[in-house]
Write a protein that binds this ligand. Structure first.
Ligand SMILES: NC(=O)c1ccc[n+]([C@@H]2O[C@H](COP(=O)([O-])OP(=O)(O)OC[C@H]3O[C@@H](n4cnc5c(N)ncnc54)[C@H](O)[C@@H]3O)[C@@H](O)[C@H]2O)c1
Length: 312
């Protein structure tokens, strides 16, 4: 196998995709992006955009997908509809992109004999896990097919199930990764950290509303750490293996709000509210598997939040 490869990154102008593309170029690889820019922006890649081949198109468009796969050695499939509010508003569209997009990638890889494929899954496949921290062996769940929230996690479960089956038959290296709450500059507003930051910027008075009672926990991984972790998967990940990517740094949502109130120097009184239906109370990955590949978290939450607030 050649050291320098031609990668296709679907969803490459998205938040995570842009980070991955920059890393690939730094390593000397060639990069093609297929993205419809529904949430992606080429400006995320402004310093390197001349070095990248950008194809604007929908992952559901078979012809476009096949065209972008010509002369490609390996595919990183990220294109997907993200953002919690879309799970509730457009569950059918989420599944359409998940299923048709994935099938086009499989069919194209088979046609062009591309043997290396990386599939983005999500922590949402665990829903309410039986174990915290949660390792990759945890059973995956769709607790209620009537709750549109699970369109997102359901699409990812399907991605994994099909990934393993197709992987066995058609690929030499097919790897699945499950990101857990990645954050960083220019990530879009439909996530808890940028949403809090935007509200702190405009905050008048002390009342600060949060989803839930504040005791819900998450762990967040800064984009630079995420890209480092993904690089280990690219270089050392094993065929048909699944890797959590995240950190062990558990934080309660009310503590996250308090950390930001300190950075903004604005005193707050937290106002609780109802959690979204189907939102999980605790999420923390077991990251032993990715650590065994060499990954170590470098950017702690306090430092990452500081970067982010000062970046904006
Ligand atoms: N950010 C996280 O914390 C997180 C957590 C779990 C999983 N993931 C997964 O990682 C991947 C990247 O996420 P992200 O945070 O960069 O999200 P993002 O929304 O920034 O990136 C997704 C990209 O896919 C593109 N896209 C959407 N629909 C498309 C379509 N029909 N055709 C072509 N392109 C399309 C969007 O324009 C966008 O650029 C996704 O698969 C996501 O589900 C992310």
């Amino acid at each position: 196998m050649r050291n320098k490869k031609n990668y296709l990154v679907t969803g490459g102008t998205g938040f995570i995709g842009a980070g991955i593309c920059k890393m690939l170029l730094k390593l000397g690889h060639k990069v093609t992006i297929l993205d419809n820019n529904s949430r992606g922006k080429i400006s995320r890649l402004f310093k390197i955009k001349k070095k990248i081949k950008f194809i604007k198109g929908d992952i559901r468009d078979k012809k476009k997908v096949f065209n972008s796969l010509k002369n490609i050695d390996a595919v990183i499939h990220l294109a997907y509809i993200n953002g919690t509010k879309f799970f509730y508003e457009k569950p059918d569209l989420i599944l359409d992109v998940a299923v048709k997009g994935l099938m086009n990638i499989f069919d194209g890889c088979i046609k062009y004999k591309i043997k290396e494929l990386y599939l983005a899954s999500s922590s949402e496949v665990y829903q309410t896990p039986t174990k915290i921290p949660t390792d990759e062996k945890e059973p995956l769940k769709i607790p209620n097919v009537y709750n549109p929230r699970y369109s997102y996690g359901g699409g990812k479960i399907l991605t994994e199930l099909m990934g393993i089956s197709y992987g066995k038959r058609y690929f030499k290296k097919l790897v699945i990764f499950r990101p857990h709450n990645v954050y960083g500059p220019d990530m879009g507003n439909e996530h808890v950290i940028p949403e809090f930051i935007n509200r702190f910027k405009k905050l008048r008075g002390k009342n600060f509303k949060i989803q839930g009672n504040g005791s819900e926990t998450r762990s967040f991984i800064y984009i630079d750490d995420f890209v480092r972790a993904f690089r280990y998967i690219l270089q050392k990940g094993k065929h048909l293996q699944i890797y959590n990517i995240g950190t062990n740094e558990k934080v309660k949502i009310n503590i996250l709000a308090k950390k930001l109130s300190k950075i903004f120097n604005k005193k707050i009184v937290i106002k609780k509210s109802k959690l979204f239906k189907g939102s999980t109370k605790k999420r923390l990955p077991n990251i032993n598997k990715i650590k065994l590949l060499g990954f170590k978290q470098k950017i702690k939450l306090d430092q990452g939040l500081d970067f982010l607030v000062n970046y904006n």
